[in-house]
Design a binder for this molecule. Structure first.
Ligand code: GLC
Length: 427
């Protein structure tokens, strides 16, 4: 892109961030997602920092103000009532002062904090914010290993597909098929009133999403009970990689502000997780796979979740080269990338949400990982894909990797934040 294009792109991105700004938090997009989402907000802060660093820190402070006493950070904060979204606060019934959902999302927080801190123009502000947020981030990471890895395997399980951030990925088909639907009464979805149903999950999946919510609600959202009571316990390599990267970044932040104990404990968690990680590798697939903890086996589904471990620098050089090879191979089958699932899999669907479409935030995390692993070429290609898609189709929620068509919600916050980040921090 030329210098002038970059400036225009930045201004357009800033306009979307402003449009979706609710003062202390940002909604992912009007209509479809009218509340604050966990990993959306953290990644949004990466874009906001180029406009106003104070505002970027406030975005994540607002999220962390709603952390649960046990350390969990919810995936949605229902700041204001809004009838346009289902399931709303009455379905979750988590009994929090400000209503929240009862599940979490990928913990990109500490990674984002570190980037904000390392590249801060206002050093004093950044240091004060890191000091204030560090214990909260630490409590969240500790919570993961106690509530979601009760047997101490070194890797954490998600208990709901929505926790992965990749809601209807093909990865969940098998474990989700074991989740019953009895007792899920009639309900009215709202997502399909905002977006074409062919780009959203099917009803059979939705019934099971709701069954899980009802199950956890019946256990009063007691995280000491949820894991073992759940028929859905999946170890997602992408999710675990994000946690590991964030925990390493937490250790570095802790050191930078003189919190040696926090750094040491984070490093110990990272070491345990890294040594457990190889169990998720599949030679025949040439990438990592999800592990179904209930069935006790890897799930044969080559999704982007199994490439994301590059974000934490996981794998040997040979495995890392294989992950780069996967991305290249997928890209040869699509015009715009990176797809969220292997396009040669017969289950691949180019328009249905996380079963094929391309997402800027994933491209961003992948490019960061490949660059750090010394795979600069593929990192550059992946960054270029997001900018090419933006130039063609603007700030969509996600994109068809074959046609480049914009899909899902429009004027989407995190897509705008990623474009701001790409044009302001060229590799
Ligand atoms: C969808 C996405 C999830 C995101 C949310 C808000 O549920 O799958 O990753 O956080 O929308 O944008």
């Amino acid at each position: 892109m030329t210098a002038i294009d970059r400036r225009a792109a930045f201004e357009q991105a800033a306009a979307i961030l402003a449009e979706n700004d609710r003062g202390d938090y940002t909604v992912p997009t009007k209509g479809l997602y009218p509340f604050q989402w966990n990993w959306d907000s953290c990644l949004t802060a990466l874009g906001q920092r180029h406009i106003d660093e104070g505002r970027a820190w406030r975005e994540i402070e607002t999220l962390m103000a709603h952390q649960w006493p046990d350390g969990m950070v919810p995936h949605i904060i229902f700041h204001q009532p809004d009838e346009g979204y289902f399931p709303g606060p009455d379905v979750w019934a988590t009994n929090r002062p400000t209503p929240t959902s009862g599940i979490t999302q990928p913990p990109v927080l500490a990674f984002v904090m570190k980037r904000l801190f390392d590249e801060a123009k206002d050093r004093q502000l950044a240091e004060a914010k890191v000091r204030a947020l560090l214990p909260k981030a630490e409590a969240w990471h500790r919570w993961f290993y106690s509530a979601r890895d009760p047997r101490g395997t070194g890797l954490v399980a998600i208990l709901h597909p929505w926790e992965s951030g990749r809601d209807n990925s093909i990865d969940w088909d098998e474990p989700l098929s074991r989740v019953p639907t009895e007792g899920v009464g009639p309900y009215q979805r709202r997502d399909t009133t905002h977006v074409d149903a062919s780009q959203r999950p099917h009803k059979a999946e939705y019934d099971r999403y709701l069954w899980l919510v009802q199950k956890y609600r019946s256990l009063a959202w007691d995280n000491s009970k949820l894991h073992d009571a759940s028929p859905f316990q999946v170890v997602d390599p992408g999710f675990n990689a994000i946690l590991i990267r964030s925990d390493s970044d937490l250790a570095e932040l802790a050191e930078a502000v003189g919190e040696a104990r926090v750094a040491q404990e984070a490093r110990a968690r990272v070491a345990t997780a890294r040594s457990a990680f190889d169990a998720l590798w599949s030679d025949p697939h040439g990438q990592y796979l999800c592990y179904d903890r209930v069935a006790g086996k890897l799930i044969a589904s080559a999704s982007i979740g199994g490439i994301l471990p590059i974000f934490a620098g996981l794998g040997s050089p040979i495995q890392q080269a294989s992950l780069a090879g996967q991305v290249r191979q997928w890209r040869r089958k699509t015009r715009f990338g990176v797809a969220s699932h292997d396009p040669s899999d017969p289950r691949f669907e180019p328009k249905r949400y996380w079963r094929g479409p391309c997402w800027f935030i994933v491209n961003y995390l992948l490019a960061d990982g490949f660059a750090r692993a010394g795979l600069a070429e593929v990192a550059k290609e992946v960054r270029g894909e997001s900018l090419a898609l933006f130039a063609k189709s603007g700030f969509a929620e996600y994109y068809d990797p074959l046609a480049g068509e914009p899909l899902g919600g429009g004027n989407f916050t995190w897509s705008a934040a990623m474009v701001a980040e790409l044009v302001c921090s060229p590799a």
